[in-house]
Write a protein that binds this ligand. Structure first.
Ligand code: NAD
Ligand code: KPL
Length: 306
């Protein structure tokens, strides 16, 4: 089965390289002629290990979204805020037998993408793998992790998908409760990411803000229950502190985006949680205050606030 990969940043290149290494057919989709020309000048995706001691090159074919080839399996590996525009570019190439794997962080973009392509099955992913680009189309696999795949519409596991990924050394596991996984990660990201931006600190330094974290955590706990994801609420506070301790020396992804002067995924993290709290009439004043403080911190750095 041929994979098309749209979004050739850190994770898109990581997945593309692994499919190519396993000799599975793969095509890259670059967003416009200029991006395609930039790729064709280099002509390959590169993948290095964490120490950058070993680098492999994969000369993978690339094409434009307007290409005529039908898409049976698509990995959409762009940021959450680019997802709907990206899928709109290839929607005409998808059909009812296509599968689209959505690799975006947070929540909200997945539902928006599915609404744009109602006749195509979307699989959502929650990934804890870490990768970054050293230069265009050169990804460094910085952290082993796991990838949970599931269906927001509770469809059964698509035949062959997990084996296909595992054959390419992509550590995927199917879960019937992906929404719980995504909501729990969302709650953890709502607590850690904004504060690391506001205080410009590592995850571990958040211990100095324990009271605030525990207060917002209580609100998120109530929100998860209101959203009927009580399994995601179980032991939330303990989970949050476990993640903070385990990733103490890390810079959160949002803080990294800010340091790199890149737009953040705020709208799909605290933005989504605040919108849900309003829709579900579940009061979360401390969460709203944290979101507003984050917006202020982004605005002061000249970055979009949504
Ligand atoms: P990235 O910014 O490195 O790459 C995204 C790529 O998508 C960019 O190259 C961009 O040009 C491209 N793109 C945007 N719109 C496009 C379009 N219309 N057509 C084609 N390409 C388009 O992002 P990333 O780090 O690979 O992350 C992807 C998602 O995975 C994000 O939501 C991120 O939060 C999440 N995530 C990343 C990591 C990580 O370690 N990098 C880990 C877990 C989750
Ligand atoms: O997922 C993360 C992120 O940085 O986005 C956490 C868990 C906060 C680890 O840094």
């Amino acid at each position: 089965m041929r994979w098309h990969i749209q979004g050739l940043g850190s994770l898109g290149c990581l997945w593309a390289a692994r499919f190519a290494a396993a000799q599975q057919p793969v095509r890259l989709i670059l967003r416009n002629p200029a991006a395609l020309a930039r790729y064709q000048k280099i002509g390959r995706v590169r993948l290095s290990d964490a120490n950058q001691q070993h680098t492999q090159s994969y000369p993978i074919s690339a094409q434009l979204p307007t290409h005529h080839e039908p898409i049976s399996r698509l990995l959409l590996a762009c940021k959450a805020y680019d997802a709907t525009a990206a899928i709109a570019q290839v929607a005409h190439r998808l059909n009812q037998d296509s599968l689209v794997v959505l690799l975006q962080n947070g929540l909200g973009s997945q539902q928006a993408v599915q609404a744009l392509i109602p006749n195509t099955r979307c699989i959502v992913a929650s990934s804890t793998e870490g990768a970054y680009l050293t230069e265009p189309f050169h990804s460094v696999f910085a952290g082993q992790g796991e990838i949970w795949l599931g269906s927001l519409e509770r469809h059964p596991e698509p035949e062959g998908l997990i084996n296909n990924c595992r054959d390419a050394q992509i550590p995927c596991t199917w879960t019937a409760t992906i929404e719980t996984t995504l909501w729990r990660k969302l709650a953890i990201n709502c607590l850690i990411n904004p504060l690391t931006v506001i205080h410009d600190c590592s995850n571990g330094a958040l211990i100095a803000h324990a009271d605030l974290i525990n207060g917002v955590c209580t609100e998120l706990h109530a929100l998860l229950i209101a959203a009927q994801h009580s399994a995601a609420a179980d032991d939330l506070q303990q989970q949050v502190w476990q993640v903070i301790n385990k990733t103490a020396s890390n810079s959160s992804s949002m803080r990294q985006d800010v340091h790199n002067k890149r737009r953040t995924e705020i709208n799909y993290i605290t933005g989504f949680a605040c919108a849900q709290s309003i829709a579900l009439e579940c009061r979360t004043p401390a969460l709203h205050a944290l979101h507003a403080q984050l917006q202020k911190a982004l605005s002061m750095r000249g970055l979009p606030t949504r």
